[in-house]
Design a protein around this ligand. Sequence first.
Ligand SMILES: Nc1nc2c(ncn2[C@@H]2O[C@H](COP(=O)(O)OP(=O)(O)OP(=O)(O)O)[C@@H](O)[C@H]2O)c(=O)[nH]1
Ligand SMILES: [Mg+2]
Length: 222
Amino acid sequence: MKVTLIAPTLNEIEAVRAVLPKIKKEWVDELIVVDGGSTDGTVEFCRANGYRVHRQSGKGYGNAMQEGYELATGDFVIEFPADGNSLPEKISDVVNKLNEGYDFVIASRYKPPAVNYDDDFLTSKGNWMFTKMVNLLFWSSYSDVLVGFRGYRRSVFKDLNMDAKGLSWSIQMPIKFIKRGLRVAEIAADEPERIGGVRKMSPFKTGWEILMLMLKERFTKK
Ligand SMILES: Nc1nc2c(ncn2[C@@H]2O[C@H](COP(=O)(O)OP(=O)(O)OP(=O)(O)O)[C@@H](O)[C@H]2O)c(=O)[nH]1
Ligand SMILES: [Mg+2]
């Protein structure tokens, strides 16, 4: 099975320097950096080192993932935030799970024995609360609905009708897979601290966006 990895970046120069070289060629067949308009040399570094970079034409995290998906040619697509929060050595665990027949695999930061080294009080409570809410509202049993690191089968993606433009993309995807009755699984993966740069997620703005998205998904059929 062919694997495409999508790495979203927005001013992540320190992280891409550290993380991209750790992604071994034998793990992925296609690697696409989707850049949201970095001005810190991220794009220049990636291009100079032979990475394919797509400059996002729209705005937002979800939009970046959508544009990445449209370029992807792999059977499996791995979403892999290139900010230091995801462990490259876990890519093959995600791929192996997809190979077992699952349609969607989350690299959960809360499935034992995973440890989250990046959480603060607010993000740990927020992640817990939103995961609980999704499980209650959509009859699922996820341990982490917000982590950016996950993989899916490209063949089933089109039918999901994903439309979240911002960071609520992360929570829309696990909900959509459950609503379609598709096969979902999790693997345990630590979350190391982000490397350099600044967080784009703002707890209250993103929290509100997520809440609205959950209500919309609850009250619409598809
Ligand atoms: N292309 C693109 N990438 C984005 C956009 N917003 C965020 N990203 C990238 O998506 C990844 C996740 O965003 P973060 O800001 O790290 O969100 P987070 O992981 O919840 O926050 P931290 O825990 O502080 O890392 C990072 O690699 C960002 O650079 C965007 O609008 N476009
Ligand atoms: Mg991050």
